[in-house]
Design a binder for this molecule. Structure first.
Ligand code: ADP
Ligand code: MG
Length: 250
């Protein structure tokens, strides 16, 4: 059996009396793209919060690269190479595209005792070299000296992904990277994410668009009302009548 890079076992989470996650288990194998789907409010973002330790879970365990993440702070999780983006885009609007990346290089360098993930980003010349490389991978090199505020929403999403790539992730969690992107640029984002997989990156992303899931993902996990209701190859999962009924209202 292939050992998974990320393993979630029996995770439960409540907010007050509201039970948001029930006994959630899933595995992400290294080098692939896993799609997480589910209706609004099914707990996808909360699961990302629990995995990255922005929220504590009430029960269960998350293991990354063979080590439990229990008790770690979010920055310590990130330093191990498990990095996430948020549902709402957060770039620095008045900085240029290139500066938006270099901010991440500096913070990686300044971090005391930064581990291997942080070290990869580096500062100074090394950070600049990496920034250029990542802007190229994300198709933003031609926009390097533009103010981020002048980018389209989709380009800002690509910039946000490039920013977190500066931190040298081993596993990248993307919360709705395609949301609000016009269909023309969505194809580009799909291609850019596939290029990351080719470079050995592992991705777990929240996505709703069925054709995108088919084109992009090696595995799809369905969350419904805080429970995993299906998981497997996109062809099987997305054609499952129970999934279609719950998720697509068919
Ligand atoms: P999804 O990302 O699948 O749309 P969320 O994980 O954002 O779902 O939310 C799942 C449920 O948890 C929703 O009912 C939401 O209102 C609730 N919830 C999420 N975060 C909090 C929080 N910090 N405090 C209270 N309730 C929350
Ligand atoms: Mg969400």
């Amino acid at each position: 059996m292939v050992e998974s890079l990320l393993s979630v076992r029996g995770v439960a989470k409540s907010f007050g009396g509201l039970r948001v996650l029930h006994d959630v288990s899933l595995d992400v194998v290294e080098g692939g793209i896993t799609g997480l789907i589910g209706p609004n409010g099914s707990g996808k973002s909360t699961l990302f919060d629990v995995i990255t330790r922005y929220q504590r879970c009430d029960a269960g365990r998350v293991t990354f690269a063979g080590e439990p993440l229990d008790g770690l702070a979010p920055h310590a999780v990130a330093r191990r190479g498990l990095i996430r983006t948020f549902q709402l885009t957060r770039v620095f609007p008045s900085l240029t595209v290139a500066e938006n990346l270099l901010v991440f290089a500096r913070s990686a360098r300044a971090r005391p005792g930064g581990g291997p993930a942080a070290g990869k980003a580096g500062g100074g010349g090394e950070g600049e070299t990496r920034a250029v490389e990542l802007l190229d991978v994300m198709g933003l090199l031609g926009l390097a000296h533009r103010e981020a505020a002048g980018l389209s929403y989709g380009q800002q999403k690509l910039l946000e992904i490039a920013q977190v790539l500066m931190l040298g992730p081993r596993l990248l969690l993307l919360d709705e990277p395609m949301a609000g992107i016009n269909p023309g640029l969505a194809d580009e984002v799909v291609d850019r994410l596939k290029a990351l997989r080719t470079r050995g990156m592992t991705l777990l992303l929240v996505e709703h668009d069925i054709p995108v899931l088919h084109r992009l993902c090696d595995q799809v996990v369905v969350l419904n009302a805080g429970r995993v209701m299906a998981g497997g190859a996109p062809g099987e999962v997305l054609d499952d009548p129970h999934v279609r009924e719950a998720f697509l209202g068919e």
